[in-house]
Design a protein around this ligand. Structure first.
Ligand code: ADP
Ligand code: MG
Length: 323
């Protein structure tokens, strides 16, 4: 009898200790010029902390590869050399540039990574913008068709002397997709990974959905919409992330490739879909396209839906969200 009691007690302790060490782990860090937020559920402190570290390491790795501000990044190398001839790049960068060009075609040039040919003349922190004459001189360099690929050599060439590219509208989504894959491989079943405006959810929040907010574009303490989500991803592009005001105008970081100036049609765009890389690029594209053309694009893109906050602060939903 005594033996039975102690066995039962021992079992209880075992079960109790097994449950008590499972908990939510969380961390926030500033990487890639933005806020990275990871939350995950794990049975052990060792697994949970190592998984968070692996996500942060991945963010750092992608930053080193794709940042235009790091002289040694592959992207900087391309921007320095690719107008002179084909430059070999890593498979990862090659594929992301190729996908960006595909998306440029599908969005009628609204998403165009060569926007940077003019885009690098803006400095939002220092409230600096180019003169109209500078924009006019470089506008022809904005055109995704200038990007040429050599598939066998995995190399890239810019067929115009002033082309610069920037992956700010897609790299964070890519990083978030990679991060969730890393967590899955480590056996994590419930997680949230956010990089700036790009969020991806693995599983739910233990029987409940994750509640993901889309902020009011004109009040950071207010939510315009809160969505219950699980096993999906959401990206938001807004005119409030990086901007300055001058002469009563708002100069922000999403540029219309046609004009080389800030897109003015809407205040924010959120896209919901499985692949964060695509959500990221589509949110930027729809921002440039505006309500009508943006919704047309979403309504013909299966698996990707969106919510737009227009300039009158009115909400617009793509068809599948209101059916
Ligand atoms: P963030 O999460 O940084 O707010 P967004 O998804 O809203 O990013 O995209 C904005 C970023 O995309 C800009 O900072 C810039 O790097 C890039 N970008 C701006 N305009 C375009 C465009 N027309 N096509 C592709 N990328 C763009
Ligand atoms: Mg984007």
């Amino acid at each position: 009898m005594k033996g039975l009691v102690s066995t039962a007690l021992w079992l209880c302790l075992l079960i109790y200790s097994g449950q008590s060490s499972a908990k939510w782990f969380e961390d926030k860090q500033g990487i890639m010029g933005t806020n990275i937020h990871v939350e995950l559920w794990s049975d052990s402190a060792q697994q949970g902390e190592a998984a968070i570290q692996a996500v942060m390491d991945e963010m750092q790795r992608i930053n080193q590869l794709m940042s235009p501000y790091i002289e040694s990044s592959e992207l900087s190398k391309l921007n320095h050399q690719a107008s002179a001839g084909f430059v070999p790049v890593s498979k990862e960068l090659f594929e992301l540039i190729a996908l960006s060009v595909e998306l440029a075609k599908e969005t009628d040039g609204a998403f165009d990574i060569t926007f940077a040919s003019v885009g690098y003349l803006y400095n939002y922190r220092e409230s600096q913008k180019p003169q109209q004459s500078q924009i006019a001189a470089l506008l022809k360099a904005i055109n995704y068709r200038h990007i040429r690929f050599n598939l066998t050599e995995q190399s890239v060439f810019f067929a115009h002397p002033n082309v610069k590219i920037d992956l700010g509208g897609i790299a964070k989504g890519h990083a978030v997709d990679n991060a969730i894959e890393i967590l899955k491989k480590r056996g994590i079943k419930h997680a949230l990974v956010t990089a700036g405006g790009d969020t991806k959810l693995l599983g739910d929040r233990l029987g409940k959905p994750w509640m993901v907010g889309i902020r009011d574009p004109r009040d950071k303490d207010k939510q315009a919409v809160v969505l219950p989500l699980a096993d999906t991803a959401l990206s938001t592009s807004g005119d409030y992330e990086r901007y300055f005001e001058q002469d009563g105008k708002r100069y922000h970081h999403i540029l219309s490739p046609k004009t080389g100036t800030s897109a003015k049609e809407v205040q924010s765009v959120s896209i919901i879909g499985q692949r964060s890389t695509l959500n990221d690029a589509l949110s930027t594209a729809v921002f440039v396209l505006g309500v009508q053309k943006g919704m047309d694009l979403l309504n013909r893109t299966p698996g990707y839906d969106g919510i737009i906050v227009d300039n009158q602060r009115k909400l617009h939903y793509s068809n599948a969200l209101v059916q």
